[in-house]
Design a protein around this ligand. Structure first.
Ligand code: RB5
Length: 149
């Protein structure tokens, strides 16, 4: 299950991603928002991050104008490794190296075609499982334990 969330600046791209993933056979849970009425991106980042951190969703995709606010907010939730990507290389690498579990995109930054390619890389690339990457992720978790008590 993939959790989707956006703010008012990114409803169109969120709906396009939802349709794209559904066509590919993924199950999607849409946490909103659904209109262009102004909302706070942090509320939607929290909904998606909690769904992923709790295990009710496997991965999350968050979209706002830039993707930056969403990524900052999502990364405050324990267990979330949210990667803000505007290119396919980073989307693939963050799955292989960081085991990123949430992707953040900016509707005002990337075009629709590129956004869908980034999504494909994110959902379709497995974590490498290499010892050095596991070690580094464990060190991130240790930082989280220390500073997010
Ligand atoms: C909304 O205007 C905008 O600030 C938001 O979508 C996002 O870009 C924040 O990081």
């Amino acid at each position: 299950m993939i959790a989707l969330g956006c703010d008012h600046a990114a409803v169109k791209l969120k709906n396009t991603i939802k349709e794209h993933l559904t066509k590919l056979g993924y199950e999607v849970e849409d946490f909103g928002c659904h209109t262009d009425q102004s909302v706070d991106y942090s509320d939607y980042a929290l909904k998606v991050a909690e769904a992923v951190a709790s295990g009710s969703c496997d991965k999350g995709i968050l979209i706002c104008g830039t993707g930056i606010g969403m990524s900052i907010a999502a990364n405050k939730v324990k267990g979330i490794r949210c990667a803000h990507c505007s290119d396919t290389f980073s989307a693939k690498a963050t799955r292989q190296h960081n085991d990123a579990n949430v992707l953040a995109l900016g509707e005002r930054v990337v075009g629709t075609g590129l956004a869908l390619e980034i999504v494909d890389c994110f959902v379709g690339t497995p974590f490498s499982g290499d010892e050095r990457h596991v070690r580094r992720i464990n060190k991130i978790s240790a930082i989280e334990e220390e500073y997010f008590k």
